[in-house]
Design a binder for this molecule. Structure first.
Ligand code: HEM
Ligand SMILES: *[C@@H]1O[C@H](CO)[C@@H](O)[C@H](O)[C@H]1NC(C)=O
Ligand SMILES: *[C@@H]1O[C@H](CO)[C@@H](O)[C@H](O)[C@H]1NC(C)=O
Ligand SMILES: *[C@@H]1O[C@H](CO)[C@@H](O)[C@H](O)[C@H]1NC(C)=O
Ligand SMILES: *[C@@H]1O[C@H](CO)[C@@H](O)[C@H](O)[C@H]1NC(C)=O
Ligand SMILES: *[C@@H]1O[C@H](CO)[C@@H](O)[C@H](O)[C@H]1NC(C)=O
Length: 340
């Protein structure tokens, strides 16, 4: 009985949404075509398969989650959430992930997507896009670390192009001024509030010494550390990073207090001079962003709620549907190997 009711109401919804599409398809953005039920018929276990793979991967390699979250953010900010950042460079083309400004995305993150995609191809070949795999894997990994669950609508197609030349100017860097940071986010219709909430991602993962060396060595050419940093923290970083030029792999936790936990500690740190990157410290210094930092530092529920909304919004940036993209067979290659 209850089954029947379910079927009837589903059919009614399908009719309603079909007519909505007919009326408005010319005017609606691609993101409006995504839905949580996208693979319900074609690959009903997709979300479960992805979730199983990433849980195993995160247990065996705990750096996976932060790396994947950053990879997703970069993918979305360079031409949309379309898995263009997953394409490997080949003889025809230098891809986004190999852009000059050394975005140093970790191999673990690519490996997670590859594994999930391989598992999916066994169950439902050629159905689930790499862009959707990355979006779902990111959400599941955030939850694994203790972060909030949020809804991921599905139906993204994978990009037909990925070039290193598309990267410059589209990603934030720690030495940008607040005006520049705000502009990079605004390009993707992200507000100042979205930017501050998403920056809370720096509650996990790590940064290499080169990314904050100017704050701890020879700030303003003085030889000392940035005076806005907690002195003890700066000294510990100076000692940890002493050989960073010989060994560029040395890195520090983004959140020195609770490095592996997705919580609001990042904001508390930033207010106490324990922010790692210059851009982290800038959020506490600028009057446009400081009130939000104070709010999130005091109220984790407010942070989770704004982070959730901002991630849902980020996940829809520049998505491609229909013939604007494809379902890649392998996430690191276009189906047509001579594309670029
Ligand atoms: C506000 C501007 C931002 C700047 C300037 C910035 C910059 C950076 C830099 C320089 C690193 C260190 C990379 C390395 O040394 O390997 C980093 C790490 C990270 N970023 Fe950001 N980021 C920003 C915003 C974001 C956003 C919006 C997210 C996600 C929603 C994010 C997620 C991460 C994560 C998770 C890590 C750690 C990666 C790992 O452990 O592998 N960042 N960020
Ligand atoms: C980028 O990374 C490569 C290889 O890891 C390194 O040789 C190069 O010096 C780096 N470039 C910059 C600008 O950091
Ligand atoms: C910021 O850093 C990047 C790479 O580390 C460098 O290429 C760029 O010139 C710097 N920008 C400013 C404004 O210092
Ligand atoms: C030195 O750094 C401080 C704090 O970051 C800054 O306010 C000041 O303008 C800088 N001075 C110079 C000369 O760059
Ligand atoms: C924290 O933020 C949540 C969500 O915005 C709000 O409902 C709650 O009242 C806030 N709690 C306090 C103690 O301000
Ligand atoms: C593959 O891409 C190349 C280069 O863009 C193009 O010339 C060729 O027609 C494409 N082949 C197919 C089968 O789409």
């Amino acid at each position: 009985m209850s089954n029947k009711v379910g079927v009837i109401s589903m059919a009614a919804t399908a009719v309603a949404s079909a007519s909505v599409l007919l009326l408005f398809s010319l005017a609606t953005p691609a993101s409006a075509k995504l839905s949580t039920a996208y693979y319900r018929e074609t690959c009903p276990k997709a979300e479960q398969i992805i979730s199983d793979v990433i849980t195993g991967k995160q247990i065996s390699t705990p750096t996976t989650a932060a790396g994947t979250l950053r990879l997703f953010f970069h993918d979305c900010f360079v031409g949309g959430c379309d898995a263009s950042m997953l394409i490997s460079t080949n003889v025809f083309n230098r891809a986004e992930r190999d852009a000059d400004d050394n975005i140093s995305l970790p191999g673990d993150a690519f490996d997670t997507v590859t594994r999930a995609k391989t598992a999916l191809e066994l169950q439902c070949p050629g159905v689930v896009s790499c862009a959707d795999v990355l979006a779902l894997a990111t959400r599941d990994l955030v939850v694994t670390l203790g972060g909030p669950f949020y809804t991921v609508r599905l139906g993204r197609k994978d990009a037909l192009a990925s070039t290193a030349a598309a990267v410059p100017g589209n990603l934030p860097s720690p030495n940008m001024t607040m005006d520049q940071l705000i502009r990079v986010f605004a390009k993707n219709k992200m507000t100042v509030q979205d930017m501050v909430a998403l920056s809370g991602a720096h509650t996990v993962g790590f940064s290499h010494c080169s990314q904050f060396a100017s704050r701890i060595f020879g700030h303003n050419g003085t030889g000392g550390h940035d005076p806005t940093m907690n002195s003890k923290y700066a000294e510990e970083l100076q000692s940890a990073c002493a050989n960073y030029q010989e060994d560029p792999t040395i890195a520090a936790f983004n959140d020195v207090m609770t490095p592996g936990k997705f919580d609001n500690m990042y904001y508390q740190n930033v207010l106490r001079g324990l922010g790692l990157l210059a851009s982290d410290a800038a959020l506490a210094a600028d009057k446009r962003t400081r009130p939000l930092v104070e709010l999130y530092a005091a109220n984790q529920t407010a942070f989770f709620s704004d982070f959730t909304r901002a991630m849902e919004k980020l996940s829809l940036v520049g998505v491609k549907t229909g013939r604007k993209g494809e379902i890649r067979r392998r996430c690191d290659e276009f189906n047509n190997l001579s594309s670029s």
